[in-house]
Design a protein around this ligand. Structure first.
Ligand SMILES: [Zn+2]
Ligand SMILES: [Zn+2]
Length: 111
């Protein structure tokens, strides 16, 4: 909870195991699921490789670097609301953006 990261379940597993080597992978996965259900942890849809989890549960967007894969938090800004009816009868509950491009480090390295 203290780490403001977008960690994969595997990374959480490794971090927990450094403190308590008895924790099994299944325990980590089950606990992450429970924390997501309790809305204490957010699951981030970052890429297709692995789900990432974070304890930063306030609304925010994400930026993903094409080059190094860094996942950064972007302060929330409102997405222009479209007429909900144009979404074909769906009820929209929430929305977040994933912006993609080059992070500051990678952009600097390219210059
Ligand atoms: Zn980068
Ligand atoms: Zn985030």
């Amino acid at each position: 909870m203290r780490s403001p990261v977008h960690a994969t379940a595997e990374e959480v597993f490794e971090a927990v195991n450094r403190q308590d080597p008895r924790a099994s992978r299944a325990t980590i996965y089950n606990n992450l699921r429970s924390l997501v259900e309790a809305r204490l942890v957010r699951e981030v849809v970052a890429d297709s490789r692995a789900a990432r989890f974070e304890a930063h549960i306030e609304k925010h967007h994400h930026f993903i670097c094409d080059q190094c894969g860094a996942v950064e938090d972007i302060a929330w800004f409102d997405v222009p609301a479209r007429d909900r009816r144009t979404l074909g009868g769906r009820t929209v509950r929430d929305c977040e953006l994933t912006l993609r491009g080059l992070c500051e480090n990678c952009a600097r390295a390219q210059k």
